[in-house]
Design a protein around this ligand. Structure first.
Ligand code: PLP
Length: 395
């Protein structure tokens, strides 16, 4: 019996464990400190009431013989795929219900989708980025090429004549940088994918944070994308579903490689290895797409975006270069005085009792950068920014 030794090639992630270790050590010697965490990647506001009510109703249905539900369709209940399809229709994107697959979140599908692709494909991943893309491909033993996000391109890399990749990951709005591709930039990627017979895996987990009407919230706003892209969405950050678990993946019927429709392959994969998302959760998710759901979720998102704005304003005042902070809950800043990511982490913890996330944890190009998030409370954000402004470093 042999293990999949590719797993041994996955780097241990020490990022958040090191962050926590450093905080605990600091607290040991500074008992009265009031540490503000601006590194949180999880939502903090509770579920919208409309979702809670829908799930309460669904829970009651499960306790009554006439309305009880056993196994549902693996790809999701029709009421939810229809609601998602209607959501896309409002963006001017026509999707058949069968092109939408309900999942227990974007992370699972981002990993599982690799089942349907040959190991021989070369993968192209931006650096820095959400680490799941890298690790899932290493586990499968695929070769990875990186494309550089950096100061020069505002952390929005674009392909050039040397770019190679059969499977291309794009994340917009991006985690960790908060930067968002515009339509012209996405069109360059779509054209590249079509020309090279590549496939784009488009992670739109933060699409709901886009308030600028000119920015695309879906790759299907770009002509040709249905022929070369799968889109992953999540209700985690949109509606506070990080602990409730629901997302959806769009696999257009037009996607065809090696003469095979990817939609058919993915359906086969899902019906074999997945048994669907809980009925109760899907009813909660359906509520997100109602008018009331829209109002309630946007209220929470507006709260986070205001936090991001406050952080951005302070950074601008202090002359710190950053991207994100608009149309995204993430702010990606250049560490002042050319500090390294962990050096700035230690400095902020010690001098201001503020915790963020060192950019170096998201890829080589993250060194010298730092991620702040807008998921904290307003009071904490305001207090943290006051502390930042007082630092000797900026005097
Ligand atoms: N994609 C990105 C870019 C993320 O940052 C996250 C979570 O932080 C996910 C996907 C995972 O989302 P989900 O909770 O739906 O699995």
């Amino acid at each position: 019996m042999k293990i999949n030794s590719n797993f041994l090639n996955v780097k241990e992630s020490y990022l958040f464990s090191t962050v926590n270790k450093k905080i605990n050590e600091y607290k040991e010697t500074h008992k009265d400190c009031n540490i503000i965490r601006l590194g949180i990647g999880d939502v903090t506001l509770p579920l919208p009431k409309v979702c809670v009510e829908a799930m309460e109703k669904a829970t009651k249905e499960m306790g009554v013989k006439e309305t009880f539900k056993g196994y549902g369709d693996e790809q999701g209940y029709g009421f939810l795929t229809q609601a998602v399809s209607n959501y896309y229709a409002k963006k001017g994107i026509v999707l058949d219900k069968k092109e939408i697959f309900i999942s227990d979140g974007a992370k699972s599908d981002l990993g599982n989708i690799l089942d349907i692709f040959s190991i021989e494909n070369t993968v192209l991943i931006p650096d820095p980025v959400y680490p799941v893309y890298v690790d899932t491909n290493i586990m499968a033993g695929r070769k990875i090429n990186f494309i550089n996000g950096n100061y020069e391109n505002n952390f929005l890399p674009l392909p050039d004549e040397n770019t190679v990749g059969d499977i291309i990951y794009l994340c917009s709005p991006n985690n960790p940088t908060g930067s968002v591709y515009n339509k012209e930039q996405l069109k360059i990627w779509v054209d590249f994918a079509i020309k090279n017979n590549s496939l784009i895996l488009f992670d739109a987990a933060y699409e709901a944070f886009i308030t600028d009407k000119n920015l695309p919230t879906s790759i299907y706003e770009i002509e040709g994308a249905k022929k070369c892209a799968i889109e992953f969405c999540s209700l985690s950050k949109t509606a506070g579903f990080t602990g409730t678990r629901c997302g959806y993946t769009v696999v257009p019927n037009d996607l065809e490689y090696d003469g095979v429709k990817l939609n058919k392959l993915w359906l086969r994969r899902q019906t074999t290895k997945f048994n669907g998302v809980a009925y109760i959760v899907q009813r909660g998710a359906e509520a997100v797409f109602t008018n009331r759901g829209y109002q309630e979720t946007r209220k929470n998102i507006a709260y986070y975006l205001e936090n991001a704005k406050i952080i951005g304003e302070t950074l601008r005042k202090l002359g710190i270069w950053y991207v994100g902070g608009e149309n995204s809950p993430y702010i990606w800043l250049k560490c002042p005085k050319d500090m390294k990511s962990w050096e700035f982490f230690d400095y902020l913890l010690d001098k201001a009792n503020i915790v963020g996330t060192p950019g170096a944890g998201f890829g080589e190009n993250g060194e010298g950068y730092f991620r702040l998030t807008a998921f904290g409370s307003r009071e904490n954000v305001i207090e943290a920014m006051k502390r930042l402004e007082k630092l000797d470093l900026f005097k």
